[in-house]
Design a protein. Structure first.
Length: 306
């Protein structure tokens, strides 16, 4: 299941990331490594601020006074999280629209520019399914994890490492940061062992625990295509805003949390056990949900606590 060995990028210029994790199929998840040179910070911040105060950016924007007030209200949060490592898992389900991708990337770049150390991990399940479909291979899932035979693994690797990863790296670069994409295989970043259920799941593995604690992550945020954990998954209004480990395990037992949400919840549970302070599952379809989650009191989705 979830797991990974996260190795911090050691360049003195690095501000960001590394990692792969989540449903841990051996090397299925890949990680753009984003580096920010110290001397690029000001330019980067400047362009981010411009995008907040420039009236051309969004015709729905509030007046400039309101915008700068909102910006200044972010200060305590920036001070709190500056220098802290935040792991963001960008689920494939929340990647479907280009506009949303651009919004997520802009948030990542802004957060990095104000000093947060972002570890950006991506998925790409829907895109994998699309390519499997083109090759007439039927996708199969067990408790939210892909049943991965050798030919599926080939496609998974091609899509995640070759396509999705490079696409996200290009978007980050275009947004003014410098990204390097890594997969678990690079530099032995992730060492996986076969999943206990590998006789059914195939090429799916668990990575050595301790990965998030190992990089001292403060927060884990999973972006997906629902508002968060729903009490009733047919009712988008039934968002559970906060829940503890015991409560969420019960939701799995009761069948209320199912499918792709199971590995996400397990990911949060394991991360909390490893010392990550807070974990959240938030709506990647909501514009700037990452900023809402990190830079406001309200948050955006479900917070799972220890
Ligand atoms: N209780 C629940 N609350 C919200 N979503 C749930 C719940 N149980 C199952 N799900 C499903 O989990 C899905 C998210 O997992 P998944 O499709 O794997 O997303 P991603 O590609 O972002 O990893 C949701 O779209 C929803 O269909
Ligand atoms: C879920 C699972 O078994 N593994 C994913 C790996 C990529 C991922 O994490 O993709 P999502 O974020 O879109 O789920 C898959 O093969 O589809």
């Amino acid at each position: 299941m979830l797991a990974a060995k996260i190795l911090p990028f050691t360049s003195p210029h690095s501000k960001l990331l590394v990692k792969s994790n989540d449903f841990a199929p051996s090397f299925q998840n890949t990680v753009p490594l984003v580096k920010f040179k110290r001397n690029s910070k000001i330019t980067c911040l400047k362009s981010s601020l411009q995008s907040i105060v420039s009236p051309e950016i969004d015709s729905d924007s509030p007046p400039a006074q309101t915008r700068v007030k909102i910006l200044s209200e972010a200060l305590p949060f920036i001070q709190k999280f500056r220098g802290k490592t935040i792991v963001v898992k960008y689920g494939g389900a929340a990647m479907k629209s280009e506009a949303l991708q651009a919004s997520v990337i802009a948030d990542i770049v802004l957060l990095a520019c104000v000093g947060l150390r972002i570890v950006f991990v991506h998925g790409g399940g829907p895109e994998i399914n699309q390519w499997l479909g083109r090759l007439n291979i039927q996708p199969n899932f067990l408790n939210g994890l892909r049943v991965t035979d050798a030919s599926t693994m080939e496609i998974v690797s091609m899509v995640l490492v070759g396509k999705v990863n490079k696409h996200l790296v290009a978007l980050i670069n275009k947004a003014g940061a410098t990204a390097v994409g890594l997969s678990g295989i690079d530099g032995r970043l992730l060492i996986a062992r076969p999943s206990p259920n590998s006789s059914q799941l195939g090429f799916v593995g668990d990575i050595a625990t301790g990965e998030l604690a190992g990089i001292g992550a403060e927060k884990l945020i999973l972006l997906t295509d629902v508002a968060g954990i729903l009490e009733n998954r047919e009712d988008p209004g039934s968002l559970v805003k906060q829940i503890d480990i015991k409560g969420v395990k019960k939701m799995i037992e009761d069948g209320k949390v199912a499918g792709g949400m199971i590995p996400k919840v397990n990911c949060c549970i394991r991360s909390l056990a490893q010392g990550v302070r807070t974990t959240s599952i938030i709506d990647g379809r909501l514009k700037h949900s990452l900023l809402l989650e990190i830079l406001t009191d309200e948050g955006a989705g479900t917070m799972i606590t220890g």
